[in-house]
Design a protein around this ligand. Sequence first.
Ligand code: FAD
Length: 322
Amino acid sequence: MSNVLVVADHRRGELRDVSFELLTAGRQVADATGGDLHAAVVSGDVEEFGDQLNREGVDAVHTVANGEEFNHDVYVQATEALAADVDAEFIVLPNSVNGLDYAPAVANRLDRPYVSDVIDAAYDGGVLEATREMYGSKVETTVEVADGPFVVSIRPGEWPAAEGVGDASVEAADVDIDDSQVRSTVTGFEEVGGGDVDIADAEFLVSIGRGIEEEENLELIEALVEATGATMSSSRPIVDNGWLPKNRQVGQSGKQVTPKVYLAIGISGAVQHVAGMKNAETIIAINTDPNAPIFDIADYGIVGDLFDVVPALIEEFGGDAP
Ligand code: FAD
């Protein structure tokens, strides 16, 4: 019997979707091993978060009240202590900015290998088989790790979110954080350009690529965004040109997004872009080139000139094209 510990991810007062995906991934492993699923949250607002994590399939929720926001040293200490406390054989963390910051340190403290960006996992005969992508998502590889504890981080959007209300106990964990070992303090937030928008949380993304040709033409896309209530994101060339801030970039070197709708306008569908959006629920593409790779993964495709199609869409949604 091998217990599983997952540690929730939150930002600016909200649990991130990946926290609930961690519960599903964790339950899957716990079912395979006959162990218990322990969910933990480290935060100032632990009670509310603790209750939210109490979803079906969770055996226990542990809360550690310490600081409003993520802090590397606090999370490393808390995760290590919790893992020992619940006798965790599997430590499953988010492959988010926060998770990537501290998951390797947790593995290091436990003197164990760390497998990042896991998109699928199986456990058989004491061996963890973790699937991850390589070479810009061109190939999938399975990493085998024998003997736990196993430390992995899972890619957001790969497991469905756990649902329903569970009947787990939600309790303050008996974890003491040694403040003398906490080397940084979060004093506040300063958003980079692009405001406080996080495209990873958006339900409807209108994403623009090099087909837009010139920065002035972004005005057209802004009108579509306004008419539809969507959020604007982009491929990398748009960011490289300085037309949109980096936090709007989707893809391998940008953000992973899983919106309900992803509307790709003038985006070819390079592997590095697709790596960041292929798990969108519905993908719609507008492109002049019928052979553009984006059509291979699109649910709906419009072969056409964006300068004809987008104004028609804006009108359809009751907006005004510039
Ligand atoms: P293009 O490939 O130039 O495609 C433009 C598309 O617009 C074409 O398909 C064209 O047919 C269409 N088009 C042109 N005019 C019109 C029109 N009037 N109406 C409709 N369609 C039109 N890219 C990312 O996006 N995100 C990443 O995170 C990322 N990371 C990378 C990491 C590495 C290590 C490397 C090497 C590359 C990375 N890239 C990334 C770049 C990636 O390889 C592609 O170059 C990039 O995604 C192409 O962007 P695009 O589709 O906007 O442009």
